[in-house]
Unconditional design. Sequence first.
Lengths: 243, 243
Amino acid sequence: MRNLKLILEYDGTNFIGWQRQKKGSSIQGEIERVLEKILHQEVRLISSGRTDAGVHAKFQVANFKARSLISAQDIRRALNSLLPKDIRIKKAEDVEEDFHARFCVQSKIYKYHIYLGEHVSPFISKYVWHVPFELNYSVILKEMNCLLGWHDFAKFQAVGSRIKNTSRCISNVGFKKSGYFYEFTIEANGFLYKMVRLIVGTLIEVGRGKFDSGRIASLLRGDDVKRGSVAPPQGLFLWKVIY
Amino acid sequence: MRNLKLILEYDGTNFIGWQRQKKGSSIQGEIERVLEKILHQEVRLISSGRTDAGVHAKFQVANFKARSLISAQDIRRALNSLLPKDIRIKKAEDVEEDFHARFCVQSKIYKYHIYLGEHVSPFISKYVWHVPFELNYSVILKEMNCLLGWHDFAKFQAVGSRIKNTSRCISNVGFKKSGYFYEFTIEANGFLYKMVRLIVGTLIEVGRGKFDSGRIASLLRGDDVKRGSVAPPQGLFLWKVIY
């Protein structure tokens, strides 16, 4: 049995998320459907992790087992010609039998985009969270640095997950601004359900003065204080998966 | 009666074009519907010109007459809160009674984007024409310069127009490249139906060697030679309207 690895990107706007579900168009479902057509076999696609409805990926990794003799290059071409244009396969290659897109992940990088201007251009509105407030940049930057290292992120997990061990290590954070456009970057060895969006939602509340600074550290200690809301999905990008 | 001028932008992907029609969602239709709700009067929106289904605008101008006393600023805010996010009003202001968005136009600038790489990212595929060929950049640049000045563009008009006088003056052309991304710019005192897309379609045929260089000049002289096909709508942007 061959083991094939795909590197792909997608605009999540029109999908119900990565995971195949009974109803609606999912990224996994679209790719599996097309692969089954190309390979004439059942395909079970494993990704580095799910992304929610409306979340984008600039770099997602998946793998699947295949019996077919079609070259990886030709599978990629066939996929790109049959998939909707909002999913593109950047690379396909044969990998060792034991490569597993989820279990072998070393770390993942997510980016989150916000836009502060009064008016959001129609050409970026599907890729940013519109936050029309004044934000204290240096307060947010300082707050973000508290995230670095191993912490229990239990307070940054949305309901609907069955994960028990909520400790994760954040190895890198970034916060850049360019005009009204702000970009958060978080790299970790793993992410809980809606963790990035809950972190960003909390950072915005600190940045606009609704929460005192130190709220992130307080939540990481498990204090009984409020976190921010889940930031909307369209600002979130799975940016890189590292093996 | 007040005369109000709007400056707006739109992502044309999900519209049947600027013009209101019996069926489907048009940019004109959406804005008129919302204005009628805000102003409690019938509204007839005049634009600098129509754009076709799938064509975008970074800067479109329109005007309409109103009896209401609501300030231009408040009309803009109400429009942006009620319109779909792929249409944004950048500015609204009261102008002189005789301002007419179409008749007063001095010139218009269109840009057309093409992408030459093998793989088009899902984040740009709605805004470029994918042209996966080698193109001769300097041949296209030279060919474009033949467009400058007054010419009869009859050969660059698609069927479906009743325009008799097909002379137009192109005052500016540009052709820039940045990696696999190429941008055409054309400024003229007026454009015929699908003129930009027919020019770009022809330039691409010259650039890939299917037509000899000199084809544009030949078509402008009225020679009986083939023009290129109409380039697809998603690469086209109305970029500026000058009064």
